[in-house]
Design a protein around this ligand. Structure first.
Ligand code: SF4
Length: 314
């Protein structure tokens, strides 16, 4: 079975898809990165190989760990998450004008007009507008993050929780609990707080036109979708493949660039015991931090060197 591999390595989750030559999804996975991106990639590729035995014609990599994925697996196209999410969104909704993307550690707002990204903003510093904020607060309430959406939808009078940052939100939530508000209203207030924080950080002065797509792992939470619709007074669409759109976009980019001979290093990678390490090069005042992955005594990937002194030898 021939097709294209798309890999999105994020700090919280790793997504891998395999698309047919026409761009149809033949296989996909969404799993926690757990601080072990190499191991997670190996296990995902192992599962793909054993389930489909595919022939890879091209590879696209994205996400904060796209460099790692590219060096380890061999990618033909390496693009940031903005481009990858936009490419996937346009594939399924050609007239999309706005993408709200909320992931585990960051969030993004992408504006598209006539199929072209015209503006974007990213929040990588404030946890209160991301999935990690929800996860932390869910565990504080003794809930699983997946439960929050359903609970929020049963709220009758959501409380107003200060969502400027995680510290304020947490102390305010404790205060609201002590006042006796019910769980449903507190969880709905939490969703509203995340959305207010997201919009305050990313959407100021921007024209959020419909159709608006909601992508990223947090889009599984119906409470956040409802809060977005309430705040924006606009319909929010959640694509069927909301959680893997970045990986789909990366694979589509590889498909579209019509790779002649892929750089894919093959599936043998999953069965090897790979060890990563780092060192500083003292070859010049740049003192680059160089990452290295070894398979036994063999160095199979190096990156992080500005001049190519180390990466060119692998
Ligand atoms: S890797 Fe190249 S640029 Fe970086 S410190 Fe060494 S010699 Fe200098």
């Amino acid at each position: 079975m021939q097709g294209y591999l798309g890999i999105d390595v994020g700090s919280v989750t790793t997504k891998v898809v395999f698309l047919s030559k026409k761009g149809a999804i033949l296989w996909s996975t969404y799993r926690k990165t757990m601080g072990q991106p190499i191991w997670v990639l190996q296990s995902a590729l192992s599962d793909l190989y054993h389930e489909l035995t595919p022939t890879v014609l091209g590879v696209g990599a994205t996400g904060s760990g796209r460099g790692l994925a590219s060096h380890l697996i061999g990618a033909d196209v390496v693009k940031n998450e903005i481009t990858s999410h936009a490419v996937a969104a346009i594939r399924y909704y050609p007239d999309v004008q706005t993408i709200v993307e909320i992931g585990g550690q960051d969030s993004k707002l992408i504006l598209i007009r006539d199929g072209v990204v015209i503006d974007f903003s990213m929040n990588t510093v404030c946890a209160a507008g991301t999935g990690s904020f929800l996860e932390h607060q869910a565990s504080r309430l003794g809930l699983r993050v997946e439960e929050l959406g359903t609970i929020a939808l049963n709220a009758t009078s959501p409380v107003r929780i200060a969502g400027r940052c995680t510290v304020f939100a947490e102390s305010d939530m404790i205060h609201k609990q002590q006042m006796g508000h019910n769980l449903e209203d507190i969880v709905a207030g939490l969703c509203d707080a995340l959305v207010r924080n997201y919009l305050n950080n990313l959407s100021r002065g921007k024209d959020l036109r419909e159709p608006i797509l909601f992508q990223g792992g947090v889009a599984a939470n119906h409470g956040i979708k409802t809060s977005l619709e309430k705040e924006l007074k606009k319909e929010i669409l959640v694509p069927k493949y909301f959680s893997i759109m970045g990986a789909i976009g990366a694979a589509l980019l590889a498909l579209e660039c019509e790779v002649k001979a892929t750089k894919f290093k093959g599936f043998r990678i999953f069965s090897h015991h790979l060890i990563s390490s780092s060192f500083y090069c003292d070859g010049c005042p740049n003192t680059c931090g160089v990452m290295e992955v070894r398979d036994g005594n063999e160095v199979i990937a190096r990156w992080g060197d500005n001049c190519g002194k180390w990466s060119s030898t692998t």
